[in-house]
Design a protein around this ligand. Structure first.
Ligand SMILES: Cc1cc2nc3c(=O)[nH]c(=O)nc-3n(C[C@H](O)[C@H](O)[C@H](O)COP(=O)(O)OP(=O)(O)OC[C@H]3O[C@@H](n4cnc5c(N)ncnc54)[C@H](O)[C@@H]3O)c2cc1C
Length: 349
């Protein structure tokens, strides 16, 4: 490794010093990172993990920065995952599609839709990268990543060893996986494989998709139709991070026991809820927040989105700490009114 101005070159990777992370997080929080390295291949990552510099550093693995809230400068090394590439293997009616961790999720979805590979069309337009998709088992419009996940390859940070994770290994749950629990911060995902279908089985059970298809006069939708409809709905409901900083849903929908649900339901019969299996009930966090008067609320430079109280936004100059404090206020207010403590979906740093 040798230095050039505020950069260090390790044969395949450039380290930069004191880099602003504002362009690298969708909340547009203006924090900086001590070191920053962008990785374009598995071999570059392997080399990086063996290098001395990494040993003394606190690490942050970064995809598209769309599920993070920085509350302070990052005093370590950010590894931005930019491994490209998509390939496929056809097995009869099924196809295994493998994509590099740095592939933009929606580019991957578009690739599959164009090729007629069904399974990810309901996940159109979710921001972020393929490499981050298993971390919180991304989901939308009745489909979760776990429904199409085949396996992923990852490097263990401590040993630099490569390991493959199958479906069972990942222990997927609602916005959850082993990578957010037992193995939190221990592995770097380099590529993900998906089992998709060449025979479309369209999932339009979600009310909003059906309504939009009817509006468009589409009786027999293709996966391209579903992708277009989902994208349309998302654009109309969610703020675009390129114009207003946000990280999508800030909180998870709380999943509670049936008994606890009944007690709240007696007091609030209009409570929006869904069956969650195993005698549990999922509550709509957006509804709980809205009932507490937070929808569209502006507090200093932060607030909630006017069309969806679950989304916290940066009105331009918010600090991460300001957004975090506002989220605390929401959690406390919802807990006082409904007796349910919201859990953050966004990773706080
Ligand atoms: C407008 C908007 C709408 C959204 N809608 C949805 C939605 O409908 N459904 C949904 O599930 N999510 C949604 N999200 C959240 C977000 O898009 C997903 O969580 C996405 O998977 C994050 O990807 P990322 O690459 O940006 O990850 P980042 O934010 O960069 O990272 C997220 C976490 O994953 C870790 N990580 C990232 N890459 C890797 C890797 N290669 N290996 C190991 N760890 C890694 C990071 O360290 C961090 O802990 C939305 C976000 C926004 C801004």
């Amino acid at each position: 490794m040798y230095p050039i101005a505020n950069q260090f070159i390790l044969s395949m990777t450039i380290f930069q010093e004191n880099i602003s992370l504002k362009p690298y997080n969708t909340f547009s929080i203006p924090v900086s990172s001590h070191y920053f390295a962008e990785v374009f291949s598995s071999s570059a990552l392997e080399e990086l993990l063996k290098s001395e510099l990494i040993k003394e550093q606190q690490l942050l693995i970064l995809g598209g920065g769309s599920n993070l809230l920085f509350t302070k400068d990052f005093d370590g090394l950010v590894i931005k995952m930019s491994i490209p590439g998509i390939s496929e293997e056809i097995h009869g009616d099924e196809v295994i599609v493998t994509a590099g961790a740095g592939v933009v999720w929606n580019d991957f979805v578009n690739y599959c839709v164009q090729k007629g590979f069904a399974g990810v069309e309901n996940l159109s337009l979710i921001p972020g990268t393929v490499g981050a998709s298993p971390i919180q088992n991304i989901g939308a419009y009745g489909v979760e990543l776990k429904d199409v996940f085949e396996s992923c390859s990852a490097y263990e940070i401590a040993t630099g060893k490569r390991r493959s994770f199958n479906h069972q290994d990942c222990r997927f749950g609602y916005r959850d996986s082993i990578f957010k629990n037992e193995l939190k911060g221990q592995y770097i995902i380099t590529e993900v494989s998906f089992r998709l279908s060449r025979v479309a089985s369209i999932n339009t059970q979600y009310g909003a998709i059906q309504e939009e298809l009817v509006k468009r006069g589409i009786a027999h939708p293709t996966i391209a139709d579903v992708s277009a409809v989902v994208s349309h709905i998302r654009v109309s409901k969610l703020p675009d991070p390129s114009t207003i900083g946000n990280a999508g849903s800030f909180f998870k929908n709380p999943v509670i026991e049936e008994d606890a649900f009944q007690k709240i339901f007696e007091k609030f019969p209009e409570l929006v809820h869904y069956p969650a299996g195993n005698g549990k009930v999922k509550l709509a966090a957006g509804w709980l927040i809205e009932q507490c008067g937070f929808k569209g609320k502006v507090v200093g430079q932060t607030g909630t989105w006017k069309n969806q109280a679950l989304v916290l936004v940066n009105h331009g100059q918010a600090s991460g700490q300001e957004v975090y404090s506002f989220s605390e206020n929401i959690i406390d207010t919802v807990a006082a009114r409904f007796g349910v403590r919201l859990e953050r979906e966004v990773n706080i740093l």
